[in-house]
Design a protein around this ligand. Structure first.
Ligand code: MG
Length: 387
């Protein structure tokens, strides 16, 4: 792998919180990726909702398959831009580790429950998972990942949370939210790859679910222009029995166009700004980006998915039930911490104070898979929702 000057070089890493000796064969970023793949939080992603609940169908994306698609897109773009593929893979595979069960509905409900205790934010939770909640190494809590992987995982951070992190780790991964600098290009790339991935796979899953149709998608210019090009190249796909193939071909070409666009737009910014190393990137404006034309074409697709899929009455109804599950679980554990297992307060002799109890409850709930949360809710409340 030939790295550009502006890429993150593992030999120049800002290192781990607990220093470790290098190992043969693998770089520090490869080790980060491997630690993530072997974590419990990573395995749970397979039973966590992306848009559709896990039991609604076997072919819908889950957080795991979403993360794999983000990693695939990010690696392709990284290779073309000579960025560090191992680092983007580590960030992409870890970027959703802190997601609650039931997707954004779960996160919103948990954030509401945590209002008096500092709130709940899934990016910060992803960092918490890799810094504290994975307990598998003898010498430290967490996975002890490098600064560069942790920097990429903390995609957004509210100012108050950034101040809290900065107090614990001066000059660390939260500093950029206070001084307005940027993360590495690898981190910027993973954000964009996330967006490209979900726009495409939510179209696929949306059509598969029957909640949106190919006809409706014709109102989205980005999608429809490409659909028409595909039909021109393969006229037989007009057949009503070929609609699935037409959809896949359109999505595939839409992905390619976005990937090529990002590569070209970023190369032109890099040619203008010529950052000499990875740290110079952090002082410059955002560089990993769509061209203005693609950004403009992509926004209506996002709006379409919001209006027609994420806010579809059927999705909303399921999500309301999901929120009820999260709220009632939270209340149940706050009232009876012994209902949780040991590390979360189960057999802890004294829970220090209400705020730290609430944080333990949030950590426990956030780590649950959809089906575990639904079953646990049924066990504690006697009500059967969602399953
Ligand atoms: Mg994501």
């Amino acid at each position: 792998m030939t790295l550009a000057a502006y890429a993150c070089d593992p030999a120049l890493s800002r290192g781990r919180r607990y220093p470790e000796d290098p190992v043969p064969i693998r770089t520090d970023f490869q080790r980060d990726r491997d630690r993530i793949v072997h974590s419990s939080a990573f395995r749970r992603l397979v039973y966590k909702t992306q848009v559709f609940l896990n039991h609604e169908g076997d072919l819908f994306r889950t957080r795991l398959t979403h993360s794999l698609e983000v990693a695939q897109l990010a690696r392709s773009i990284a290779r073309a831009l000579q960025l560090n593929e191992d680092l983007v893979e580590a960030i992409a595979l870890a970027h959703d580790l802190g997601h609650t069960p039931f997707g954004h509905a779960g996160q919103d409900a948990l954030n509401d429950c945590m209002q008096d205790y500092g709130g709940f934010e899934h990016n910060l939770q992803s960092l918490r998972v890799v810094d504290h909640l994975e307990r598998r190494y003898p010498q430290f809590d967490g996975l002890n990942l490098t600064f560069e992987t942790r920097e990429g995982i903390l995609k957004h951070c509210a100012r108050t949370n950034a101040q809290m992190l900065e107090a614990q780790e001066p000059g660390g991964v939260a500093r950029r939210f206070l001084d307005g600098t940027r993360p590495s290009l690898e981190a910027q790339l993973c954000n964009l790859a996330d967006e490209i991935a979900y726009n495409a796979h939510d179209v696929d899953d949306g059509v598969r679910s029957g909640l949106i149709t190919l006809e409706q998608l014709q109102e989205v210019a980005l999608f429809d222009d490409i659909r028409q090009q595909v039909l021109k190249d393969h006229p037989h796909l007009v057949d009503v029995n070929q609609q699935r193939r037409l959809l896949y071909a359109t999505i595939r070409r839409m992905l390619s166009e976005q990937v090529y666009d990002v590569i070209a737009a970023t190369q032109s910014t890099l040619a203008d700004t010529r950052p000499q190393n990875a740290d110079a990137v952090r002082q410059l404006g955002p560089m990993l980006r769509f061209s203005p034309a693609m950004r403009e074409r992509e926004l209506p697709l996002k709006r379409f998915l919001l209006q027609n899929l994420y806010r579809h009455p059927q999705v909303m109804e399921t999500m309301q039930q999901a929120q009820q599950v999260v709220r009632e679980l939270f209340a149940a554990y706050m009232a009876d911490p012994a209902a949780m297992p040991t590390p979360f307060g189960g057999s802890a002799p004294v829970v220090a104070d209400e705020t730290s109890l609430a944080r333990s409850v949030a950590d426990y709930i956030a780590g649950m898979t959809d089906r575990f949360a639904a079953r646990e809710h049924e066990r504690l409340s006697g009500k059967r929702l969602l399953m």
